[in-house]
Design a protein around this ligand. Structure first.
Ligand SMILES: C[S@@+](CC[C@H](N)C(=O)[O-])C[C@H]1O[C@@H](n2cnc3c(N)ncnc32)[C@H](O)[C@@H]1O
Length: 495
């Protein structure tokens, strides 16, 4: 087991030599550590006081499941709860944990198992650690990676903070990831601070390993192959996260999984129409028609021909460094770290993820596209040089029309961008807190703006194509852009 020689005895670092039978060293804590900032002091007027009345014949009356505080995932405040010492809603504060036991797993380091039968819904243990800012979490995450720590112990707490259980934590730090988990994390408000608990999703018999879905966002770093053994296993820790998918470019063919190294171009002539298209383009270098396609292959014809394409079975490929540099630079800024258990990227909030990835100005231009054979390919959305395209049109009217459409498209894009800036706090809060959905009004506003932008793009592209296809003076009329038309069409689209 490696040890940081510079650390004080209370701050020993690495506990993750998975081959070691020794119990990992860390400082066991049962309350979060607030060295980084002070614990919030709740004002008396902010105390949540329930209306429960303790009835000796009904033990559940003392802050059971119908308690207003329990219903809002808030613990009662000692000294202020009407049920006094009988209050059952102070489980985090009183460390009312289920019995658990550490054990050594096969290939996944240490794990935690139930040392008693645990009923569905029961609070098992708090995930304790050091409460740190996101910035500090990002810094530590990178530092741990450099130090060679294989295990990840940082989870997200809220939009701005994380819990790091690497050096100090509770036994919850040993709970492994499962793609078919019997536990889940839930956030509770305890005396004004958010705390994370592990709760049973189902009845868990004694001796069963505890596991929850880490669900973390994955941006770079070593990939960890998931060994949870579930039939629905996603293959890698964090594999379901958007970050992981952008980073790794992974696809499956029955039981085989593949990663693509270097620039992940898909280069199958059999189902790739743009190969033929690019041949045509070669004969007309002045007009870069590939730029006009909404979702075409990566780069220009020249890039396409010169870029190597390497596919290897994951068994033989080191997991690091599959990333495209361009993307890395982009994600580094907004990067979260692999340890984030609170990030859900489920179908439920897929829309929010799309909101982020569709954002004008800050979007990743890389997309994964699914072809008819089920394989994914990364494609790049190329920008049309509209002014250059317009110059190629011989009729002045046609040129003006194209430029007008471009203006409408730009307006729609900047509207979407400013809307995104406006609602970003709500989206980010939603993502960090793993809520099921954002406010409907936010979603509606967003969808409307997205539709308008898409329509404006469509109008622009069809105008260019139409004006190129039609020689001046033929019967091909020029559709005039009109905001009113847009509105009518949007209604139609969203009805
Ligand atoms: C929070 S720690 C869990 C405790 C850890 N097993 C230990 O020995 O300290 C998370 C780390 O455990 C390992 N791990 C957890 N779940 C895993 C899984 N399903 N498959 C493979 N490794 C897993 C990974 O190295 C991960 O970064």
């Amino acid at each position: 087991m490696a040890r940081d020689e510079d650390s004080s005895p209370l701050e020993m670092k690495i506990f993750s030599d998975q081959n070691s039978e020794e119990l990992p060293q860390y400082v066991n804590i049962s309350q979060n550590d607030f060295s980084y900032r002070k614990h919030r002091k709740q004002k008396e007027e902010d105390f949540a006081i329930c209306e429960c009345k303790y009835d000796i014949n009904n033990p559940d009356s003392a802050c059971g499941e119908r308690c207003l505080n329990v219903l809002t995932s808030t613990e009662c405040t000692p000294g202020f709860c009407p049920c006094g010492a009988d209050c059952k809603n102070q489980r985090f504060q009183k460390c009312q944990y289920a019995k658990t036991k550490l054990f050594k797993t096969e290939g996944r380091g240490w794990g935690l198992l139930a040392d008693e039968n645990i009923k569905a819904g029961k609070f098992i243990i708090e995930y304790c650690g050091e409460v740190i800012s996101w910035k500090e979490a990002k810094r530590r995450s990178q530092a741990y990676e450099i130090q060679g720590l294989k295990d990840a112990f940082i989870i997200s707490l809220n939009a701005s903070e994380s819990i790091d259980a690497t050096k100090k934590g509770s036994l919850a730090r040993f709970i492994n990831h499962s793609c078919q988990p019997n536990c889940e994390t839930r956030k509770w408000n305890v005396l004004g601070e958010i705390r994370v608990g592990i709760f049973a999703k189902q009845d868990i018999p004694i001796g069963t390993e505890l596991g929850y879905d880490y669900n973390f966002e994955w941006y770079g770093g070593a990939k960890v192959r998931c060994l949870c053994g579930a039939t629905s296993c996603s293959g890698f820790l964090g594999a379901k996260s958007r970050g992981f998918q952008e980073d790794t470019y992974l696809w499956e063919d029955d039981d085989d999984r593949y990663s693509v190294e270097k620039i992940p171009l898909y280069d199958s002539a059999e189902d790739e129409p743009s190969t033929r298209l690019l041949k045509c383009l070669g004969s007309n270098p002045e007009f870069n028609i590939d730029g006009m396609l909404m979702d075409v292959k990566v780069g220009s014809a020249q890039q396409l021909l010169s870029t190597s394409f390497v596919v290897q079975s994951l068994e033989s490929v080191p997991m690091e460094g599959i990333l495209i540099n361009e993307l890395k630079a982009e994600v580094n800024d907004s990067k979260m770290y692999p340890q984030d258990t609170q990030q859900t990227f489920s179908q439920k909030n897929a829309m929010i993820s799309r909101i982020r990835s569709n954002t004008a100005g800050s979007i990743s231009k890389k997309r994964s596209k699914q072809y008819s054979n089920g394989k994914f390919k990364n494609v790049v959305q190329k920008q049309v040089d509209v002014k250059a395209a317009a110059l190629l049109l011989s009729s002045k009217e046609a040129q003006e029309e194209v430029l007008r459409y471009e203006e409408l498209k730009n307006d729609a894009a900047s509207h979407l961008k400013s809307l995104y800036d406006e609602i970003r706090p709500a989206i980010e809060e939603h993502e960090r807190d793993s809520q099921d959905s954002v406010a409907t009004s936010v979603a509606e506003k967003w969808i409307e703006a997205c539709c308008l932008k898409l329509k404006a793009e469509f109008d622009l592209h069809s105008s260019i194509i139409k004006n190129i296809a039609c020689t001046p003076g033929t019967s091909c009329g020029q559709a005039k852009p009109s905001v009113d038309d847009n509105e009518t069409d949007i209604k139609f689209l969203t009805n």
